[in-house]
Design a binder for this molecule. Structure first.
Ligand SMILES: [Mn+2]
Length: 334
């Protein structure tokens, strides 16, 4: 059995490692989890573990993020990389076990409470989520959990980047995350033989992938329903000198055009309120009720509408107000 540390979409390194270790079809290949995110080819890595008969993938904190729909930038990149197959792959991730325990081997993505059967250790500790790491700190303070692991059964885990060389303690404790996606190495251990295999990464993949996929991720963000403040913040965090700013500039120009349309919309709204008030006199409410912009007209008439943003928090609101007043505005930036 070859147990492999965090692969993170580094398929070429996976192939290379299997070749270097001389893994045959009959040998079981185990991933400690984090198959995806940050690397160039998450689809090929997932395919390998989905299709190979003798393969076991454990659930890492990165799979767990996808399964729970908690997508930060790294997961948004993976969603774009996987495209149409994303939902199906995530459904598969939801079926992954959180540990492996046999008579002579233990494996887990990250955390363990030594002395407790792995099946009874909380899922988030085994997966190494932020809250799971918190529970490990509560229990062990600044010491790593493996400092308390006295059992003779070898245990392999990933998650914590050790450096380009794995952590090997007492020939029983194997920390296998050697930062494949960060240009270091991909490492596996053959158990119960306790033999380490490692191949250097071909490149610092995440440094490339995070720039390369940014336009695709940006295209999928819900710009129209984000607030103007959220858009401003997003544009700031995504600013990327290495990528150039073509896509960002498009979003920025679109947002600026919508904001610049507000004075005209305000003038039209005020004129419409004056016209209806002149026509309907005291019965303004009834006259406004049939108007496409009635909710804005009512609020303006009673002084409950901010003159600066006209009650529009998001681009979609501005576009809707424009449309209600006969002004066509671009609904999306990209
Ligand atoms: Mn990882």
């Amino acid at each position: 059995m070859l147990i492999i540390g965090d692969i993170h979409g580094c398929y070429r390194e996976l192939e290379e490692l299997l070749a270097v270790a001389g893994v045959g079809d009959g040998e079981v290949v185990v991933s400690v989890g984090d198959l995806v995110d940050r690397g160039p080819d998450p689809g090929a890595v997932v395919d390998f573990f989905r299709q190979r008969p003798n393969a076991i993938a454990l659930c890492g904190n990165h799979e767990r993020k996808h399964v729970r729909g908690v997508l930060s930038y790294g997961q948004q990149v993976t969603r774009a990389q996987l495209g149409a197959r994303y939902a199906d792959d995530v459904a598969w991730m939801a079926t992954l076990p959180y540990h492996l325990e046999t008579d002579d081997v233990r494996a887990v993505h990250f955390g363990h409470f030594p002395g407790v059967p792995l099946a009874e250790v909380p899922e988030e500790v085994r997966a190494g989520t932020t809250s799971g790491e918190g529970r490990l700190r509560e229990r062990f303070g600044d010491q790593p959990w493996w400092a308390h692991y006295a059992d003779p059964t070898p245990i392999a885990f990933g998650h914590a980047v050790i450096g380009p060389e794995p952590l090997v303690l007492d020939d029983r404790i194997f920390g296998l995350d050697t930062g494949a996606c960060h240009g270091m190495a991909l490492t596996g251990v053959r158990l119960p033989e306790r033999r380490i295999f490692s191949v250097p990464a071909f490149a610092d993949h995440w440094a490339t992938v995070k720039h390369q996929w940014q336009p695709a991720v940006m295209r999928e963000l819900p710009w129209a329903t984000m607030t103007f403040e959220q858009i401003e913040r997003k544009l700031r965090t995504l600013r990327d000198p290495e990528l150039g700013d073509a896509v960002l500039a498009q979003v920025g120009a679109w947002k600026a055009a919508l904001v610049a349309a507000l004075p005209d919309l305000r003038a039209r709204l005020a004129a419409e309120v004056d016209r209806l008030a002149a026509e309907a006199g005291d019965d303004f409410g009834r006259a406004a009720a049939g108007h496409p912009a009635h909710s804005w007209l009512q609020r303006w008439h009673t002084g409950r509408l901010s003159p600066s943003h006209l009650g529009c928090a998001s681009p979609r609101d501005v576009v809707a107000l424009g449309s209600a007043l006969g002004v066509e505005l671009p609904a999306a930036p990209l």
